[in-house]
Design a protein around this ligand. Structure first.
Ligand SMILES: Cc1cc2nc3c(=O)[nH]c(=O)nc-3n(C[C@H](O)[C@H](O)[C@H](O)COP(=O)(O)O)c2cc1C
Ligand code: SF4
Ligand code: SF4
Length: 247
């Protein structure tokens, strides 16, 4: 069973490709989170979690949700993390998570996809994004073959990866992941898509305009998915291209 969390479509694409390659079931964690439902799964095949890397680790919201879910049937779990450049020490977090939820850690694979974190970085243009996605097909196909053969799939972690990940994501989740910086700058057309797309139900429309509620994981779905491009994050997102897989 392939489970995925995705803000802007990269991990969804990778998860779909893996599920299709394995002929396996595909489950969106976003939907479970949005509906406030704990997962209760049974699968004869290994579980595969596909999600983005946030500050060199499995996103905290994903980890928290995984800890409340039940995984019956097969005991094996693989992790595939999409990222814009490096997953740092995320593999160590994935192993720890497996221990906590009583699953067998069978492997970890990094899949480099286009950067989506417009609150901090520029994102690649359409042409460059396509090149990155084409190159990603190789590790994706490799993941499919490895799981089909029931093999382990460990990656060499960068030196000091775990130490750096711990430091980076403490600073990151304590000081940076806040929704206070989101605001409107151009005309909002009151379509409600931002509220619809937020996996944490953190946005409500009041008088037709979005209001952020303080429970945000910086997935970038609202700011990148807004059809009017009227959401900004502090000054950082101004003049930056919005990223969404395939657009
Ligand atoms: C909050 C946040 C933190 C991120 N941290 C990292 C990181 O530590 N390393 C990295 O290479 N990419 C990082 N990225 C980029 C994403 O992991 C990458 O673009 C991913 O494929 C997005 O997946 P999605 O479209 O499924 O949400 C980060 C993106 C966000 C939004
Ligand atoms: S998605 Fe954009 S245009 Fe639509 S309601 Fe939200 S902010 Fe307004
Ligand atoms: S408020 Fe926006 S960035 Fe934060 S979790 Fe919701 S969609 Fe993602």
């Amino acid at each position: 069973m392939v489970l995925y969390f995705s803000g802007t479509g990269n991990s969804e694409f990778v998860a779909k490709a893996i599920a299709e390659g394995l002929g396996d079931e595909l489950i969106s964690i976003n939907n479970y989170m949005k509906d406030g439902i704990a997962g209760d799964f049974v699968s004869g095949k290994p579980y595969v979690l596909v999600c983005p890397t946030y500050a060199w680790r499995v996103p905290l919201v994903v980890e928290d949700w995984m800890k409340t879910a039940r995984f019956d049937g097969n005991d094996d779990m693989y992790f595939v993390l999409t990222c814009g450049g490096s997953t740092g020490g995320a593999q160590a977090y994935a192993k720890k998570l497996c221990d906590k939820i009583g699953m067998n850690f069978r492997g970890f694979r990094t899949v480099v996809m286009p950067e989506n974190y417009i609150a901090m970085f520029d994102v690649p243009d359409k042409e460059k994004s396509e090149r990155i996605v084409n190159a990603a097909m190789r590790p994706i196909n490799n993941v499919i073959k490895t799981i089909e053969r029931c093999e382990d799939m460990e990656e060499k972690m960068p030196a000091f990866g775990m130490f750096m990940s711990t430091l980076v994501n403490w600073v990151f989740f304590t000081f940076i992941v806040k929704d206070k910086g989101f605001h409107l700058e151009k005309d909002c057309i009151s379509c409600g898509k931002c509220a619809e797309m937020c996996p944490l139900n953190n946005i409500r429309l009041i008088d037709g305009k979005p209001v952020w509620g303080g429970n945000c994981t910086h997935c970038m779905a609202c700011i990148c998915g807004c059809p009017a491009e009227c959401i900004e994050y502090r000054k950082a997102s101004q003049k930056r291209r919005r990223y969404w897989f395939g657009r």
